[in-house]
Every structure is written in C-alpha cells, then in structure tokens.
Design a protein around this ligand. Structure first.
Ligand code: HMG
Ligand code: MG
Length: 299
C-alpha cells in the first residue's frame, strides 16, 4: 500500500507530555507551550485533561489552561474527559473537542480509571451523548494495544473489540496507544490489521510511546498500511502515571523529519517545532528526547 500524501499530527505534549511531571509546572508555561506549538503549524493540540487532581495533580489547572489559551484559527484544542464530571467542566471552558480513554487490558483499566473495561464503556456512553448534544466531537483512545505493564501480551482481537465499541458509540476517530512502548513493527501491523477489519483506516490514529526505541519503526510500518494521523509529543516529553517506566511519546520533531523525508506533507515548520522542544525542555529542566531536536539545536 502507498503512504498517505498528508499526515495530521496530534500534538499531545501539553497533556501526555506533562501529566507525569512530578514538579509543578506553571500554567503560564503550559500556555506558552501551546502558543508555540500552534505557531509552528501544529493544527491539533491536546491541551489539558479534566481528570481528578488527586489522580493526576499536574493536570489540576485544566480550567485555567483551557480558558486562557489563545486560540488560533484552524487549530483544534482538545482535552481528555473520562466521565460526565470532566466533560461538564470542559464544556464550561469552551472546549470544542474532547477524548475518552479506554484500554484493551482489564488490569490497566482498573489502575488508570478505576473501573473494568466494560464499566468504562458504560461510562463513556453518556459522555458521547452529552458531547454530541453540545456539538463537541469525541476522540477515543485505546491503551495497551501492544502490551500491558500488568498483563503482558494483549491479543489484537481484544484491541479490535474495544476499538469497535468506541467507534460504534460515536468516537469519530480511535487512537491506538502503545502505552508502554513495547511494540515492534510486525506486531503493530498485525494489531492494526485486526482493528481495521471493523473500522475504516481513515478513522484510526497511531499513538506510540518510545520506551523501547521502536516508535519510529512502528510508525513507518503503520504508515505503510495507510495510517494518516499520528499522535506525538514535542521533545518526546512524557509518560503515563499508571504505567511505571513508560517514557514519552514519539517526539514530534522526529516524526516530522521522517515524514519530510518520505515526501509526506504535514504543514509543520520543523525549525520552529524544534526550537519549541529546546525551549520547553530547558523550562522544565528535562532532557530533550528528540534526536532531531538535539541535532538541530547543535547546528
Ligand atoms: P474514581 O475515584 O473512580 O471516581 O476516579 P469517582 O467518580 O468515584 O470520584 C472520586 C473523586 O474524584 C470525587 O471527589 C470526584 O468528584 C472526583 P471527592 O468527592 O473524593 O473529592 N472526580 C473528578 N474530579 C475532577 N475531574 C473529574 C472527576 N471525576 C471524579 N473528571 C477517575 C475515576 C476517572 C476520575 C480517576 O480514575 C482519574 O481521574 N483517572 C485519571 C487517569 C489519567 O488521567 N491517566 C492518564 C491519562 S490516560 C493516558 O495517558 C493514556 C493515553 O495517553 C493513551 C496511551 O498512551 O495509551 C491517553
Ligand atoms: Mg499516551
């Protein structure tokens, strides 16, 4: 199969990238990060997470972030909303798109959102209903699609089942999360094949973490299958608080560099994106995990 002509990047740095940071990060730093990402040509930014501040303290300023970000024309600013409480708060802040997040692993679902997979789907149904009433689109995540920190291997059929449930419930797109970054390219292809039997390829996204250094290889494999939406995090920031040892998402700069080389359009200014990665890692005193970012900064 041919590569897509255009790929849409979903920048999850302000959410997935920062949610696990132990030291408080000023709301203004988050807002500046969002500004800079938009200015670099990113058209979709996951800006905040309306989850319990007891569970994820770093996202406790979700209202301040969502209400104060400077909206650029043509940019979608979204937020995670695991339940109706989260959705109502997000709607009050004028969110135009939200995401629910489930898992292909029972154990991870319990640790992450305190309920079984079946219960999570029951919780998401009213979130989708309410969001639709409000004219807000809902994205769906499935975690642990290539392995679980508690259960180990995950069957592609289980990923397909949960993805299908989210899609049929009304999620306009399902993002497939390799939460702990253990996947390898053939496994990624097989998992995607199982999911794509029930869901059109253009309704699927790849959300790969880079813990084992496989994320770019895995992306190449699923781009070949027709995936055209890629989640990534500037400077490779991040990790999931309920997946110990999981490192950040694949770095946005590295994805853009790969796509540029393949002749796939993104509309993103790589230099500006890399400068954003340099800035945020200095601001929060973290190493820059984008190889491209480090290489460009050294020039
Ligand atoms: P729970 O304790 O079962 O919820 O948590 P509850 O309904 O029993 O409520 C307990 C307390 O939480 C109450 O407060 C509620 O008001 C409050 P209290 O009376 O004790 O003071 N509460 C909330 N507060 C703020 N916002 C809300 C909310 N809901 C309840 N929305 C819950 C269930 C889902 C809330 C909890 O488990 C939680 O917040 N989990 C967050 C998990 C999380 O954010 N994980 C990281 C994101 S997922 C991820 O990173 C993976 C992804 O990137 C894809 C991939 O890589 O695979 C997406
Ligand atoms: Mg993630």
């Amino acid at each position: 199969m041919a590569f897509p002509q255009h790929v849409r990047l979903v920048e999850v740095g302000p959410r997935d990238g920062l949610q696990n940071e132990p030291e408080p990060i000023a709301t203004n730093t988050k807002l500046e990060l969002i500004d800079r990402l938009g200015a670099a040509g990113i058209r979709y930014i996951e800006a905040a997470s309306f989850v319990s501040p007891k569970w994820v303290p770093q996202m406790a300023d979700h209202r301040e972030v969502m209400q104060n970000l400077v909206r650029l024309d043509g940019v979608v600013y979204s937020a995670l909303t695991p339940n109706l409480k989260g959705l109502e708060a997000a709607l009050e802040c004028g969110v135009e798109e939200v995401a629910v997040f489930g898992a292909a692993s029972e154990a991870f679902s319990q640790k992450n959102i305190n309920c079984s997979v079946a219960e999570s789907l029951e919780r998401f149904a009213p979130v989708l209903e309410r969001a639709q009433q409000a004219g807000v689109r809902v994205r769906g995540y499935v975690s642990c699609v290539l392995g679980c920190p508690y259960e180990g291997e995950i069957a592609p059929a289980k990923v397909a089942e949960v993805s299908k449930a989210l899609y049929e419930m009304g999620c306009y797109e399902v993002s497939l999360g390799d939460t702990i970054g253990t996947g390898t390219p053939l496994a990624a292809k097989r998992m995607l094949e199982a999911v794509a039997r029930d869901i059109p390829m253009d309704k699927l996204a790849a959300h790969f973490h880079d813990t084992y250094g496989q994320a770019l290889a895995n992306l190449y494999a699923v781009l070949e299958e027709g995936i055209a939406v890629v989640d990534s995090s500037v400077a490779g920031l991040g990790g999931c608080p309920y997946a110990k040892g999981a490192s950040g998402n694949v770095a946005s700069e590295d994805v853009v560099y790969l796509l540029n080389g393949l002749g796939i359009e993104t509309g993103i200014d790589l230099e500006a994106l890399a400068a954003t990665g340099t800035w945020i890692t200095q601001a929060i005193k973290r190493p820059n995990r984008s190889k491209v970012g480090v290489a460009l900064a050294a020039k």
